[in-house]
Design a protein around this ligand. Sequence first.
Ligand code: URA
Length: 195
Amino acid sequence: MTAAMHRLHQECEDFFKQIYIGESRVVVFGDGDESAPVILVGEAPGEHEALERRPFAGKAGRVLDEFLESIELPRPSVYITNAVKFRPTKQSKSGRTINRAPTREEVALWRPWLIKELAIVNPKLVVTLGNTALRAVTGRDVLIGDTHGQVISIEGMPQVFALHHPASVIYKKALPETYQKDLSVLKGLLARLNQ
Ligand code: URA
C-alpha cells in the first residue's frame, strides 16, 4: 500500500471513530492495484464484505467478476472501492440484522474520503456501479437509468462511466442485455484509453 493510501486509511478511521463513538463499525477500504487506470466504485459493503474487509466479496462480487472477465478486465487489474465504507444495516421484522441502502447523509459524509481516494489512485477512468456511486462520484443528482453506458465529463476529474449495479442484474430480468451492451461500450473505451 502506498504511504498516501495508508495515511488516508488512518485519518479516515480516526474521523469516523469520533462520529460513531462507542460503535464498532468495520470500515471496508478499497482494494486492488493502486496504480490501476480504472477504479470501480460500488455502493457500500454488505455482510460478506464486512466479514472479509474487502469490497464485493459476496454474490454481487461474483456477478461483477464475471462481467469484468467478459471484457478482459480481470479484478486484479483494477482498484475497487465503495462510496460508503461501512455496512449500513437495519433490523428485519424477525430481528435479524440486514443490509439497507446508505442514506444521503451517509453518502455525503463519506464523499470527501472517496474523492481523496480517487485522487490518490488517479485513474484514467472511474466506473460507477449503480445510482449511489454515480451520485457520490459526480456530486450530481443524476440517474443511472438516464446515464448508463455513457461517459460523463466533470472538470477536475477523470472521465466517469456509469454502469448499473451488478446486484440489480441479479434481480431485473431485462437488465443483462443492457449490461452487456454497456460493457462492450466500456471495453471500447478502455481500448482507446490504452492506446
Ligand atoms: N458489495 C460491495 O462491496 N459494494 C456493493 O455496492 C455491493 C456489494
